[in-house]
Design a protein around this ligand. Structure first.
Ligand code: XIL
Length: 457
């Protein structure tokens, strides 16, 4: 049975809330922390409180939750960063090979932009939540599919993500400190560095993170990751940050902060990326210790909790979040807010910038020239950017019945009959304002007679 603190039942009247919050926090919080909020005119939301030290405070969410008023009211009020709980994963973004779906993830990024939040990207490559087609690939085919996936997804969101989880959960649990077996690992031990190098090219301004769980102290698994990061730094593999998921139970390793610090000392940032803590008598104090650990490590950029309300959580039965199922602030919320407010505000150190719009008013047109003969044709298509630079393009061509594409150059085709989407390849997606490029395809049957449509990204 969980004892509910008085703050749970407190009406939302600011001055009283603060007093009760402080009273409830007496046992947990050092005296200086009790004084600090009053002295600093304490921030009243997690995002604003974290911003005082240049950090973000984020939450995982999903675009389909935006219609839930209670969830979205809390999300918009409290958090200044969001991450897609599922909608940027491989199975969501590339359900069929080279057919990309950004419906949910674009909505999420637009929501962030409209509400002044920044966006974490999660996750480009992972052994879990792969689409079925990728699960069935191996070797060079899988390696190439991974590279294409990173190029297209990180390229799609280029300039709009402050930190990407490039690789998620690649290390094994247990004592060995080695890599986890997976189809990706079996493509060769260099798959992680290839992923990072690819992501750097696709989005040069995002921080590139390695992200994992059961790394909540100095242990064999975190040491395996530590050794990889040290190796990457020494060889110039582009890695900027390490994410500590921090899915926690009812205890916390005493060296949680020391572990963050040893990574920071390698020259990477650290982030708490998926924090949730099993409900128990010490839930609030564990949340507080994690928050204080991040605040104590200069290179800890911010904290993301893995959901908003307990009933939104993937660990729903454990009530692991900061808001209860009625949207009320839990004692853990108050302990986090007070800890964030205990720092001396530093206005010269802003948190990650909010999500900028995609570069330019991306638009393009396509024109076709045909070379036909009896039973076949070659189509050459010129793609021209509008009055702003574009990052990528897709040209949609409707083929007559009985016509099939037999070969494509300088583009990737989504299929061979019916309506076919031709998308840029890595070297011809970026066009300056008014710039153009050509691709082509050969077909059997009758040449298309309709004008193709062009969509820019
Ligand atoms: C979880 C989501 O919360 C669930 O909705 C989904 O069914 C499975 O994945 N580590 C991660 C996250 O990196 O992506 C996982 O998210 C939780 C564990």
């Amino acid at each position: 049975m969980i004892r509910r603190s008085r703050t749970d039942r407190t009406p939302r009247v600011r001055p009283r809330t603060v007093l009760l919050t402080l009273a409830a926090g007496v046992a947990l919080i050092a005296p200086t922390a009790l004084v600090a909020p009053a002295a600093n005119a304490a921030a009243t939301t997690l995002g604003a409180a974290a911003a005082q030290s240049g950090r973000y405070f984020g939450a995982a969410t999903s675009s389909f939750m935006f219609s839930n008023t209670q969830h979205t009211t809390i999300l918009n009020r409290e958090f200044n960063s969001i991450v897609a709980e599922n909608e940027m994963k491989w199975d969501a973004t590339e359900p069929q090979q080279n057919v990309f779906n950004f419906t949910g993830s674009d909505r999420l990024v637009a929501h962030a932009r409209a509400n002044g939040m920044s966006v974490r990207g999660h996750a480009l490559v992972w052994h879990a939540q792969q689409p079925g087609w990728a699960q069935n690939l191996s070797g060079t085919a899988l390696r190439n599919a991974m590279i294409n996936h990173i190029n297209r997804v990180a390229g799609h969101f280029r300039g709009q993500i402050h930190s990407w989880d490039v690789v998620n959960e690649a290390f094994a649990d247990g004592g060995g400190g080695g890599r986890r077996d997976s189809n990706l690992q079996r493509t060769g031990n260099d798959w992680i560095e290839v992923a990072f190098r690819t992501a750097r090219t696709a989005d040069p301004n995002a921080k590139l993170c390695y992200n994992d769980y059961n790394t909540d102290g100095i242990n064999a698994k975190s040491t395996g990751i530590y050794n990889m990061v040290r190796d990457f730094k020494s060889r110039g593999v582009p890695i900027d940050c390490v994410g500590f998921q921090s899915h926690l139970g009812t205890g916390l390793a005493s060296d949680y902060q020391a572990n963050l610090q040893r990574f920071a000392d390698l020259g990477v940032d650290v982030q708490i990326t998926e924090l949730d803590v099993a409900q128990g008598s010490n839930q609030a104090s564990i949340y507080e210790r994690v928050t204080r650990a991040c605040l104590a490590v200069a290179r800890c950029n911010g904290i993301t909790v893995w959901g908003v309300r307990d009933n939104d959580s993937w660990r729903r039965g454990e009530n692991p979040l900061l808001f209860d199922a009625n949207g009320n602030k839990k004692p853990a919320y108050n302990s986090v807010l007070n800890a964030l407010n205990s720092v001396t505000p530093n206005p010269t150190n802003p948190p990650p910038t909010t999500t900028p719009p995609p570069p330019g008013n991306a638009a393009c047109t396509a024109s076709v020239s045909l070379n036909t003969w009896n039973g076949g044709f070659v189509a050459t298509i010129r793609v021209t950017a509008g009055n702003a630079a574009i990052r990528g393009w897709t040209v949609r061509v409707t083929l007559p019945g009985g016509t099939a594409v037999t070969g494509t150059w300088n583009a990737q085709a989504s299929g061979s009959t019916g309506t076919v989407n031709f998308s840029n390849v890595s070297y011809n997606g970026q066009l300056g304002a008014g710039g153009s490029t050509e691709f082509g395809f050969q077909g059997t049957g009758t040449a298309p007679s309709t004008t193709p449509t062009c969509t820019a990204t």
